[in-house]
Design a protein around this ligand. Structure first.
Ligand code: MV4
Length: 673
């Protein structure tokens, strides 16, 4: 086994490889650019070598620099991760010229998969099923058209040199053909400098099902089952899962065997993925083979219990595959959601900025977060804006999907726009829950995923208002409970006085629009209810909060929802999706007057960290009085004016409820002091 390897990558995949290497007692060398000088992967590695300026073309894509770094540090092998140099045959050759092991397939295998039509010919010879079509050298348009006419429309034109959907064109009828071919050729020539085309029967509702294969240098080959990656957006995977829903054992072994045939047809070694289109009738067709470890490999790890990076290292070092096909078993179901810095409401424009607040869900046997960033790190313009991969596992699809939704709810990021809400809306959309998947999923269900603003305002605004009313009541009550003065009027445990017409007003902000809310508390026998007026409607509301759960009854309609709070910004999670809002102005009702006096109340549930002022000593306005920690962030509470602390109600280490009074503060009357 190697004793030291270099990882020619950055971000989460570099960190992922380092983790396994460390477990195996292998030293790691990171490489980094200017932008990554302080990044997590550099921190985690045993050594790191600077390879150039931030743009990938001047650093991570420079094979020579990477090899120089490996030579300098004595790394015996290079793990390329995915992207960058991972499928670059020339880089592979340079590794071998320098006696460095490339942790990946042999050079000819990479080259064989470089051209779509050449790959199709190899697969055809190896008896791997192909979509019916023509992929010949004779590019005479009449020949291509004849093939299309014979197989029947619709057909799909694909650029031989293409990838990721570029240079593809659907043709729905014979009379559209000539024009479509000419257009596809032009596009392909300008994108790839090559206008060789192939034509295939167009499958209108296929699924993307890919098989993970592994081959060693001793003739052994296995498949580690399949992943369904049908949910894509512009050929970018969004959520992947394993196993594929609805897969039968019979189809699985047929696809698995085909995948192994594909790999063996090109003399494959190491980790590879064979992508298939799976048609509605259960036919499957070879699409392409990826000669690298893929982004979505964790779902396979979760259901197989295997560490694919460890397998890669063992195979690259010349060992046998760790397990045989018979020893491999599927256990449960896993999903991966890719958390991106991007704006789904603005055509998924990549977002940049500083991750001011970054709180992933807590990791466990069921929840895994693969990331390369920490709170405070930047998402820069230089690289892929993926922040993390959220991977969940459970014993079946339904349970795993519930975990995914819950973990997405818990994922809190501030500072950059993310796709987390989009992922939540997608994961909870009925057709996704029902596993009604195909490659057109997001387009087909666009309105369900990007729900209409109007429905949101009708349904979600009153819920948000009720939540804020209940939360405020709870806060007033907690304050009363925590008050050290038993004679306080707040100690009646009902900050909102009985038997008074009690009108409260505040405002809710949603998507930069302010909605005034008025609330009248009423009583009927023993129970309180609220008449909430918002957005032109008055509703009879009741409810209670239990942790993050809201149990509500609005005009007789009962339901529950989950609410996440962060610094006065709230997220309301329901099966229909997520709704964000914040409370703009404090309630002007009487109960709130004291709660907000001087801001000396706990901003949220948390822990007292330290007391910074001395009791009965003069402090200046804005002088720090104490530090509280909540949601992994520290909050400094400052003197609202010059004055002195008469008493601290908590000491360091105490748990403090949100809204609780923290200090007895007396403002000084002598303003000049
Ligand atoms: C297809 C197809 C339907 N019929 N081929 C898209 C990229 C690529 N590598 C192959 N692709 C497709 N080929 C035939 N004959 C539909 C797609 C396709 C697709 C495939 C996998 C995942 C997402 C997709 C989204 C749109 C189209």
């Amino acid at each position: 086994m190697f004793t030291k390897i270099l990882i020619a990558n950055r971000g989460e995949i570099a960190c992922r490889v380092i983790k396994t290497a460390r477990q195996m007692g292998i030293l790691t060398v990171a490489v980094y650019s200017d932008a990554d000088a302080e990044s997590l992967h550099v921190n985690m590695a045993d050594e790191a070598v600077y390879i150039g300026p931030s743009p990938s073309k001047e650093s991570y894509l420079l094979g020579d620099k990477v090899i120089e770094a490996a030579i300098r540090t004595g790394a015996q092998a290079i793990h390329p991760g995915y992207g960058f140099l991972s499928e670059n045959a020339e880089f592979c050759r340079a590794c071998s010229d320098n006696n460095i092991t490339f942790i990946g397939p042999p050079i000819p295998a990479i080259e064989a998969m470089g051209s779509k039509s050449a790959a199709k010919s190899i697969m055809e010879a190896a008896d791997v099923p192909l979509v019916p079509g023509y992929h010949g050298d004779d590019q005479n348009p009449a020949i291509i058209k004849k093939a299309a006419d014979e197989m029947g429309y619709p057909v799909l034109l694909k650029a031989t040199a293409g990838g990721g959907g570029k240079g593809m064109r659907q043709v729905w009828s014979e009379d559209e053909f000539d024009e479509a071919l000419a257009a596809a050729k032009r596009e392909s020539l300008s994108s790839f400098g090559d206008d060789t085309m192939l034509v295939e029967k167009y499958l209108t509702q296929p699924r993307h099902v890919e098989i993970q294969v592994f081959c060693d240098n001793h003739g052994n080959a296995v498949y580690l089952f399949e992943r369904d990656c049908s949910v894509q957006r512009r050929h970018q995977k969004v959520i992947e899962e394993a196993p594929a829903p609805g897969m039968t054992d019979e189809l699985r072994s047929k696809m698995g065997e085909s995948a192994i045939q594909s790999a063996q047809a090109i003399g494959y070694q190491g980790a590879g993925t064979v992508e298939f289109l799976l048609d509605v009738d259960g036919s499957f067709y070879f699409m392409e083979m990826n000669t690298r470890l893929q982004v979505e490999h964790p779902v396979t790890e979760m259901i197989s219990g295997q560490d694919l990076v460890e397998w890669q290292l063992r195979v690259a070092a010349g060992e046998d595959l760790p397990l045989s096909q018979e020893q491999l078993k599927i256990n449960g179901h896993a999903f991966e959601a890719r958390i991106y810095a991007e704006d789904p409401n603005n055509d998924f424009l990549p977002a940049t900025g500083t991750l001011n607040f970054l709180q992933p869900p807590i990791e466990s046997e069921n929840v895994r977060v693969d990331t390369g960033v920490r709170q405070g790190d930047d998402v820069s313009v230089f690289y892929d804006p993926m922040i993390a991969k959220l991977i969940v596992w459970d014993e079946n699809r339904d349970k795993a999907l519930q975990r995914l939704a819950k973990s997405l709810m818990e994922y809190r990021i501030k500072g950059v726009t993310t796709n987390i809400d989009f992922l939540y809306n997608l994961a909870t959309a009925k057709p996704f829950v029902e596993a009604d998947l195909d490659t057109g999923f997001i387009e087909k269900h666009h309105d369900l995923i990007f729900h209409k603003e109007e429905t949101l305002l009708n349904d979600e605004l009153p819920i948000a208002a009720l939540y804020l009313v209940l939360a405020q009541k709870a806060q007033a009550q907690s304050k009363a409970n925590n008050s050290k003065d038993p004679s306080s009027p707040w100690h009646q445990n009902n900050a909102w006085r009985l038997n008074e017409a009690n009108l409260h007003r505040f405002e809710i902000e949603h998507n930069d629009v302010i909605y005034p809310v008025s609330v009248e508390e009423k009583r009927s026998g023993n129970s309180a209810y609220f008449m909430i007026s918002i957005n032109g409607k008055t509703l009879d509301c009741q409810g209670r909060i239990d942790g993050e759960q809201l149990f509500a009854n609005i005009d007789g309609y009962r339901f529950n929802a989950t609410i996440g709070e962060n610094d006065n910004h709230y997220s309301l999670f329901r099966q229909s999706g997520v709704f964000h809002f914040s409370k703009v102005s404090p309630d002007l009702g009487q109960a709130d007057d004291e709660a907000n006096a001087g801001g000396l109340t706990a901003p949220m549930n948390g822990t007292m960290v330290s007391l910074l002022a001395d009791v009965n000593e003069h402090v200046e306005k804005d002088q720090p009085l104490l530090i509280m920690e909540a949601m992994k962030m520290e909050h400094t509470i400052r003197a609202p004016s010059a004055g002195m602390v008469k008493e601290f109600y908590f000491t360091a280490g105490d748990m403090v409820d949100g809204g609780a009074e923290l200090v007895d503060f007396v403002a000084s009357t002598d303003e000049g002091a």
